[in-house]
Ligand binder design. Structure first.
Ligand code: NAD
Length: 257
């Protein structure tokens, strides 16, 4: 049990990486605060955790809103008495996100607010809670596009994830001597709703697949295992890392036949 007696808050817990992480963290002993906008799916994630005999609550929050973020952190402390792990994971990839010429300002602002401002707000209210608990671990979901440009444009998304990665590094250093570790999980392309909706034709899917050395999309459950490592004491000397879990993409010049 790698998170025994820990309290872990996960945003975007209704689907994909967040849901798989909520289930895994709970199975590893954590009390889970599952946060999302999608109340039905968020509540069913919590029901699944409880049905397995573990502890969880659902909290509705729009992570781009300050009051909601303050409330979700408060809910963890009110319900479970402390916060040890904060997984800032919720994010969007808008279908109208494109190159600089074609991306509307409102899509840019929405993407920045949900993907980047949310991580700032999670940390703004979460770090004081971790300090009250004597320290802890923060995992921020960035992306491999934080370190590589994409020829299939998604400019606002890419810029938001670059921001998550740089913010993570600075936060990790600022809080390194306060027993708080902060890392950026950088997934490659995954077979989750977020990407499959964006790649809505077989041709678009193939255009990505050809760049993945392992030859398939990643699974949310594979990201949950990486997040568990970063969240747990197994990663006790890991902070400020660009934790790439990308099927080999960022090491590839030419992919195998
Ligand atoms: P997903 O769409 O399956 O899940 C995202 C969850 O976030 C959903 O439950 C959604 O309701 C929630 N959410 C969206 N906006 C929110 C808001 N404002 N407030 C609260 N919750 C909100 O996506 P996923 O693939 O599991 O993505 C999770 C994270 O991983 C995102 O940050 C995403 O950018 C990142 N990521 C995904 C991929 C991929 O290929 N899927 C690759 C790299 C990074």
């Amino acid at each position: 049990m790698r998170l025994k007696d820990k309290v872990a808050l996960i945003t975007g817990a209704a689907s994909g990486i967040g849901k798989e992480s909520a289930l895994l963290f709970a199975a590893e002993g954590a009390s889970v605060v599952a946060v999302d906008l999608n109340d039905d799916a968020g509540n069913s994630c919590v029901e699944e955790i409880r049905a397995a005999g573990n502890d969880a609550i659902y909290v509705h929050a729009d992570v781009s809103k300050s009051a909601d973020c303050e409330n979700m952190i408060g809910a963890a402390e009110r319900e479970f008495g402390k916060l040890d792990v904060l997984f800032n994971n919720a994010g969007i990839m808008h279908s109208a996100d494109d190159d600089a010429i074609h991306t509307d300002e409102e899509i840019w602002d929405l993407t920045m607010n949900v993907n980047l401002k949310s991580v700032f707000l999670g940390c703004k209210f979460g770090i004081p809670a971790l300090l009250r608990a004597g320290g802890g671990s923060i995992v921020n979901t960035a992306s491999l596009v934080a370190v590589m440009g994409s020829g299939a444009p998604q400019l606002a998304y890419t810029a938001s994830k670059g921001g998550v990665l740089s913010m993570t590094k600075e936060l990790a250093i600022v809080h390194a001597r306060q027993n708080i570790r902060i890392n950026a999980l950088c997934p490659g392309p995954l077979r989750t709703e977020l990407l499959m909706k964006f790649l809505d034709t077989e041709e678009k899917k193939q255009r990505r697949l050809v760049h993945i050395p392992i030859g398939r999309f990643g699974e949310a459950a594979e990201m949950a295992k990486a997040a568990l490592y970063l969240a747990s004491d197994d990663a006790s000397f890991v902070t400020g890392s660009t934790f790439l879990v990308d099927g080999g993409i960022t090491s590839a010049y030419v992919t195998p036949e």
